[in-house]
Design a protein around this ligand. Structure first.
Ligand code: ASP
Length: 465
């Protein structure tokens, strides 16, 4: 018999079906046994009656998380047994036969609860079990739906997905890099990308005009609730545009996605309000203001653009550094200041961040497409001419090869999903997340590598005392 998914049972009342899935709960009442069956689409209650002796014998043996194929008749429940508001609360399966496809050891934790009560280390160690719980199943179903929606939206607007390398070059901007040793060129290292920033700009130089990528990014930072060593960006870039163009298309995308996929949610204000950086700092004390009218409402989404960021800020040592991205352009009215390297603290960047309920969920800028302007940025930051050439020579050469004006943005996809699902941290929306200390307790990584591997790479380990 062909397989029926549990969410299709409503259309099969009176028919015989075959269900494949897991035993969710088993209640043995001696003469008969109740089983809650679960598959990827839902749950349903089944009863094994005394007259089906073979099935009853098997039902008395099965345990939670055993994998079974069940043949059964779909019955309407008598009125008094209907569970209103529960999916499939009005039907019940009368089990005719049970085939055990695989047994399971007693699970280390309950997979029917929301799981918040279980220690995270344990949840991550047995992640495949942890992911069986309905909350996690929904998180990943929706993560897929949102991703598909975003990809389709961009594609419909002429964006092309182009993959960029994971083995790239360490450059002194942004956070700490993860590095990968080269075997063929001992003593040299690749870096994993912190974002595809340079590549996407090079794709604009290459004339693709509209790029998008679901990009994995790597940053060796101390992890926190909304950070992981690797995370996913929805990364986009477009040519011949202004700040307004980039903001508009991404705002339209987010509104479209929320309206279609989260109809229960309310966007507080459309178009999204815009707050200059200075005002956000004065009024809210940060650059990702939480402007919700009602912080108790789990379905309220208060999107806000933060604009007019200062281009440069002073580091602890008194040197200038960029606030967002060295490749940003100044707002047009500050281009002269940049070229003359004056009024440095007053230069505003053509940069925009999207915040949601107190988190930064996206950010981007219009870029410097003029190589001389980009050079000035690095000069202000105190890079020597050789340093600029060594680290960013390829960018300067590309910009000098006929690169159109361009700009873009990247969304932190995990954070966005975390907020949409009211989760306390991004690990709840990353299938195989790492602990707060950056470890994977399931695979036990990071791990040591063999002496032979080290030798091949020409690496000697000196352990911290
Ligand atoms: N690459 C930038 C980032 O990771 C985003 C952008 O400017 O497009 O923050």
């Amino acid at each position: 018999m062909t397989r029926t998914y549990i969410n299709d049972l409503q259309n099969k009342v009176g028919e015989e079906v075959s269900i494949s899935g897991w035993i969710d709960v088993r209640r043995d009442q001696g003469k008969m046994v109740f089983l809650d069956l679960r598959d990827v689409k839902g749950k349903v209650q089944a009863v094994v009656l005394p007259m089906h002796t073979e099935a009853l014998e098997v039902a008395q043996r099965v345990r939670p998380e055993w994998v079974v194929r069940v043949s059964a008749k779909v019955n309407k429940r008598p009125e008094r047994n209907v569970k209103a508001g529960v999916p499939n609360g009005d039907i019940e399966l009368e089990v005719l036969g049970i085939e055990i496809l695989n047994e399971a050891e007693t699970p280390v934790f309950d997979v029917s609860s929301d799981g918040h009560e279980i220690g995270e280390e344990t949840r991550l160690k047995y992640r495949y079990l942890d992911l069986r719980r309905p909350r996690m199943q929904r998180n990943f179903r929706m993560r897929h739906d949102v991703l598909l929606h975003l990809r389709n939206f961009y594609a419909q607007h002429g964006f092309m997905e182009i993959e960029t390398p994971s083995l790239t070059k360490s450059t002194p901007e942004g956070s700490r890099d993860y590095v990968v040793p080269s075997r063929l060129d001992q003593g040299k290292f690749y870096a994993l990308p912190q974002s595809p920033q340079q590549y996407k700009q090079l794709l604009m130089a290459a004339g693709f005009e509209r790029y998008v990528q679901v990009a994995r990014c790597f940053r060796d930072e101390d992890t926190r609730g909304d950070r992981q060593p690797e995370f996913t960006q929805i990364d986009m870039e477009m040519s011949f545009v202004t700040e307004e163009d980039v903001m508009q298309i991404n705002e339209a995308l987010i509104i479209d996605m929320v309206t279609k996929l989260y109809p229960e949610k309310r966007i507080q204000q459309v178009p999204f309000p815009r707050i200059p950086y200075k005002e956000a700092m004065e009024k809210y004390g940060n650059d990702k203001p939480d402007i919700r009218e009602d912080k108790e409402d789990p379905n309220l989404l208060a999107f806000v653009w933060v604009v007019d960021f200062p281009f440069f800020e002073k580091t602890d040592t008194g040197a200038w550094t960029f606030t967002h991205n060295p490749f940003s352009a100044p707002k047009p009215e500050f281009m002269q200041d940049l070229m003359e390297k004056k009024n440095i603290e007053g230069i505003l960047a053509a940069q925009y961040d999207m915040a949601l309920n107190g988190f930064e969920i996206g950010g981007g800028s219009i870029r410097n497409h003029n190589p001389e302007a980009l050079k000035k940025v690095f000069e202000i930051m105190g890079h020597s001419l050789e340093g600029i050439e060594k680290n960013f020579g390829h960018m300067l050469t590309a910009l000098a090869s006929g690169t159109p004006p361009h700009g873009g943005l990247a969304f932190g996809f995990d954070r966005l999903m975390m907020i949409l699902h009211n989760e306390p941290n991004i690990r709840e929306v990353i299938a195989f997340a790492k602990t707060g200390e950056g470890r994977d307790p399931m695979m036990e990584s990071p791990s040591e590598i063999s002496h032979e591997q080290l030798q091949e790479l020409g690496i000697n380990i000196t352990k911290k005392k």
